[in-house]
Design a protein around this ligand. Sequence first.
Ligand code: AMP
Length: 574
Amino acid sequence: MEYADLVALYERLAATESTNEKRTLLATQFADAGEQLHRLVLLTRGRLYPAYDREELGVSSQSVLAAIAKASGVAETPLRDRWSETGDLGDVAAWAVENGGQQTLFSAPLTVERVHDTLRELPGFDGAGSQDRRVDTVAGLLSNADPEEARYVVRTALGHLRVGVGEGTIRDAIADAFLEGGDEAVDAVERAYQVTTDFQVVARTARDDGRPGLEQLSVELGRPVQVMLAETAEDVPDGVAEVAADGVALCEYKYDGFRVQIHVDGDDISIFTRRLEDVTEQFPDVVRAVQEAVTPARVVLDGELVGYTPETVGAEPQGREPLAFQQLSRRIKRESDIEATARELPVVGHVFDCLYEDGSLLSAPLRERRDRLDDVVTAVSPEPDTGIAGFEIAHFRRMPGDEPTGASELYREALDAGHEGVMLKNPEAAYQPGRRVGRLLKHKPTMEPLDLVVTRAQYSEGRRSQLLGRLFLGCYDPETGDLLEVGRLSTGYTDEELQQLTDSLETLVIGQDGRRVELEPSVVLEVEYEELQESPEYGSGYALRFPRYLRTRDTLAPEDADTIDRVETLYESQ
Ligand code: AMP
């Protein structure tokens, strides 16, 4: 298949807002794809690997800019100027190929296979000179590209395709292309995707083996399933009554760290996050703990990794001091000094589910999966000095559904020990990957919203590149009159709300640096969030965790915003 044909599809997808039309365009293409199907299901979302694969292209914007310069003969400075105007290096590439002095070598028209396979070579370049080889490789593709092709080669290399195709559209198109369509077909594809996280497998199976084939797909070692999600219980006793089955509910500590899915296949151990990123390399201490803790050779475990202070991690569970998530997140991003960071920020893995033991356990009831955990896991004490993490089964109690005071006690106990709250679980429920089904509830204290002032902003990437979608927020210091930043907001608004905000913020710009703007403080927003954390990153010393926009407070001036004292009090109270 010629790459120009895929580019024509990208343009048709980008030209319509209608998801139905996108779905039909994709379904037709998938049905005709033949041998290219596995490439197309990823490339139509601008991907080269399934979501969980640890490979990343590792191409920086800077390398792409250099590749555009090399292929087009246009100097980097004008390219950079255009980039700050449009925010999209794909558009810059199209313009440069169109207007550059260099002759494009149309000798070999680009094929889908060549673009796909060439870009997939990039992660393999290692060591000295690898950056130059990446530049040369991308430039090689661009030298053979017409302007439109160049736009999409660049966007694919950078992972921002901008044609408005989400996972849901790919799912629906696969259902239309290979099954009879309709809600049931869509559900079958959805379930298969939640179990495999791989549209290549799902599309191929749907085409070759239909619905029965999709139903057969199950957990496989090394390929993470999407995690089961929780709904909120407004209060603990009601939550217990809601999830109880045969008069019993399972109540567990809700730990505040990050979700991990651990795959053990003999000596081959992989650790995936909730977003299914592979973080095995960042946690050698957990790998060692799993080697000690887990007896059978082939297991998948679900749990939460929690950071504790090095002084307390070795204490009894109630005496440990959990680290704020912000601190722990340093370990997730770490690429060097991994062992030293592990000693500074030691973790304990608290496992609460077993999804596989020599075969899938997804449809077994939770009580049975919990029993398997007892067979599979032996607790391991943390030894930060020797580089071994702690590993244990999450603290839980079985509660009668009609006598929920014990669950409220467990909740207080969890908060006293510095954890986040409780999880309430239906012991008869199967594991439902990717679903929120009311059989898994969470309860934790909620935080009051804050009124905060927008101090600086940055234009978004992608579809919202003309909108100021990243807003830095400050609280008020009545003593000095300063605004002290407490975090950055980027979700919760509709397109229309963000457009209105951008219109008012653009009248307040007092300085600009690339895509960042400095603002005269005037706009006050009401923001909700899950938690306040200490943070050296912001002037207030605190950071909001998961802030979301609620509304604009037109009637408030910056002096009416919440104060640093209020932020401190809320921090202390959580
Ligand atoms: P939330 O992130 O607030 O929606 O709460 C759900 C998250 O709580 C899960 O994704 C896990 O990362 C985390 N969690 C902590 N402890 C548990 C537990 N005992 N069972 C299930 N999830 C837990």
